[in-house]
Design a protein. Structure first.
Ligand SMILES: Nc1ncnc2c1ncn2[C@@H]1O[C@H](COP(=O)(O)OP(=O)(O)OP(=O)(O)O)[C@@H](O)[C@H]1O
Ligand SMILES: [Mg+2]
Length: 230
């Protein structure tokens, strides 16, 4: 069975704006794929539905056999622990250092303090932030904050990583470094789904790309004329 299955999923924002329309797709365990499309296409909405910070208006979402739309309370909390999320707007805690932001995510699921610090420090180092671990987010550049958010998403070795524009604030070199880190955790078995409107990220990527436009998932057939025109 596929790791992630969406069946005819729609999300209508009040009063009647469909952010996601009738989306169906599957993701296999261990896959690395991109979700692409212009601003407003519905990428963030789709990730929010998967994380269940938004509830689908219609359709079914199954992750690892669980019906995500029905989860609540402890079941929902347990489900979310399997996910690592990189938010488009980072959501770092401003009065905690970079390292504290990362290791807190491990502390709250019961990882011993020393171990959560060690893991956090290792990830920050891998992301080129070795010298910034004690700095508060407001004193970090946008790209540095983004890398702290990536480290936080990875600290609990989640089964699935959902990353929303994780390279949006990074220069090409840092973006490539972050992508290599995602690729490495993918090689270790993690399923990775990255949403982006940046086509540059796809240049050296030979995996599967899902394309969204105005809330809908485009099928291959929809793309062929455009592809042959270029
Ligand atoms: N809370 C909300 N209430 C109403 N409309 C919303 C809400 N969130 C998103 N939308 C609308 O749904 C559509 C899809 O938004 P979404 O944030 O998913 O796009 P996106 O593909 O992530 O875009 P971007 O590349 O700019 O991040 C947009 O037209 C947006 O205005
Ligand atoms: Mg978005």
């Amino acid at each position: 069975m596929s790791m992630i299955q969406l069946h005819s999923v729609s999300k209508v924002y009040p009063p009647d704006y469909a952010g996601v329309k009738d989306v169906t797709f599957q993701v296999e365990a261990g896959e690395f794929l991109f979700l692409c499309g212009p601003s407003g296409a519905g990428k963030t909405t789709l990730l929010r539905l998967l994380f269940r910070s938004e509830q689908a208006s219609e359709g079914q979402i199954l992750v690892d056999g669980r019906n995500v739309t029905r989860l609540k309370g402890a079941g929902l909390a347990a489900y979310r622990r399997k996910l690592g999320l990189v938010f488009q707007d980072f959501k770092l805690i401003p009065h905690m250092t970079a390292l504290e932001n990362v290791s807190l995510a491990a502390d709250v699921v019961g990882v011993p303090w020393r171990q959560s610090r060690r893991r956090g420090f290792r990830l920050l180092s891998e992301l080129g932030l070795k010298d910034k671990y004690g700095v508060l987010p407001p004193a970090l550049s946008g790209g540095e904050q983004q890398r702290v958010a990536i480290a936080r998403a990875l600290v609990n070795e989640p089964e699935i990583v959902l990353a929303d524009e994780p390279t949006g604030n990074l220069d090409p070199e840092r973006a490539a470094e972050s992508l290599r880190l995602f690729a490495r955790i993918n090689e270790e078995g993690t399923t990775v789904l990255i949403a982006t409107h940046d086509p540059r990220l796809l240049r050296s990527f030979d995996g599967r790309v899902l394309l969204m436009h105005q809330g809908r998932l485009l099928r291959r057939e929809d793309l062929e004329p455009a592809a042959s025109a270029t």
